[in-house]
Design a protein around this ligand. Structure first.
Ligand SMILES: Nc1ncnc2c1ncn2[C@@H]1O[C@H](COP(=O)(O)OP(=O)(O)OP(=O)(O)O)[C@@H](O)[C@H]1O
Length: 308
């Protein structure tokens, strides 16, 4: 998978996570296509995309569960290809669904997992209070939401510096979900940990995350701070969008198009636009739909159905 030698951490940059030119195919279907990004310490990054966009595959590669075809992933300066123990000890992962361990009782499983990390400080009381789990219950008897809470506690028990969450709130009720988002927010502020979170609950991501990475068909189509996204993403409404297109400077990114409007990124109030253009702040969900809708061209054959 890796194109270069394993880095010694001392030689690495100070960014906790660096992904460069990652590709991954299943058969002839290219799931990840030249993905590059990095995550700084203390950043909370949202991974956004439709079903099948490649989010879980990317997370699988980041966690070392999947081997990429090419490209590099360095976490804390260590190349993931050999996954040194140090990466695991400093990383937490919440999967989409928790499977296995059905015969364990909750407390037993917590102790069992904690044992892999050596000496641990006492568990954060805010985490156990939020999870609200009966320590004597068997894991198999927990509800879907309770299993999800347990998976979150297990991933955060050792206070990871890099926490990866793959749709962690899908089975949580709105109370638990809101409290969890607040818990994550407090956690990053207290510890300076970096977070990568994939979810379809867009309001949570917009509230929690300082950065947004939009993935479409295995490509990163937009990687931007939430603040910049809010300030510079606009619908430009005009009956003739072609006139708009002609008037826009080259550094404006076109994120989407409707018969009477363009969704642009890089907007500033100084743009000189055709007369009658209306500038509208997009609703976040609306923008998500536009940015992540697959673009189909007749020549495009890279679909899961075409995979062998
Ligand atoms: N093991 C596999 N074998 C073949 N194809 C796979 C495999 N894993 C994923 N894929 C394909 O890769 C594409 C991306 O899947 P992935 O699970 O990464 O999407 P996702 O963005 O996480 O979707 P969701 O939001 O539904 O979880 C899909 O078309 C999927 O069918």
């Amino acid at each position: 998978m890796q194109d270069r030698n394993i880095l010694h951490p001392a030689a690495a940059s100070s960014l906790p996570v660096e992904v460069s030119h990652l590709t991954k195919s299943f058969g002839s279907f290219r799931t990840l296509d030249d993905i590059s990004f990095s995550i700084a310490q203390g950043e909370t990054v949202a991974l956004l995309g439709r079903n099948g966009a490649g989010k879980s595959t990317l997370i699988g590669c980041l966690m070392g569960f999947l081997l990429a075809d090419s490209g590099n992933i360095d976490i804390f300066g260590y190349n993931i290809a050999i996954l040194p123990r140090e990466i695991r000890a400093r990383t937490g992962f919440v999967p989409q669904t928790m499977t296995g361990f059905g015969n364990f009782r909750v407390a037993q499983l917590m102790d069992y997992i904690a044992a892999f990390y050596g000496e641990l400080s006492p568990i954060d009381p805010a985490l156990t209070a939020w999870a609200d789990l009966d320590p004597k219950k068997q894991v198999r008897s927990l509800s879907g939401g309770q299993k999800q809470r347990l998976a979150i506690v297990l991933a955060m028990r050792h206070s990871p510096e890099f926490l990866v969450l793959d749709e962690p709130v899908a089975s949580l009720d709105p109370h638990a979900r809101r409290d969890f988002i607040n818990l994550l927010d407090t956690y990053t502020q207290r510890t300076g940990a970096s977070i990568l979170i994939s979810s379809h609950i867009l309001s949570d991501l917009e509230r929690l995350c300082s950065r947004l990475i939009f993935v479409r068909q295995g490509n990163v189509v937009l990687d931007v701070s939430t603040e910049t996204f809010r300030a510079t993403t606009r619908w430009l409404e005009h009956p003739a969008p072609d006139q708009l297109l002609a008037a826009l400077p080259a550094d404006i990114q076109i994120l989407g198009q409707r018969p009477d409007a363009l969704l642009v990124h890089g907007w500033t109030g100084n743009l000189i636009l055709p007369e009658g253009t209306l500038t509208v702040i997009p609703d976040f969900e609306d923008a998500f739909l536009e940015i992540t809708t697959p673009r189909i061209s007749p020549a495009e054959t890279n679909t899961p159905d075409s995979a062998t």
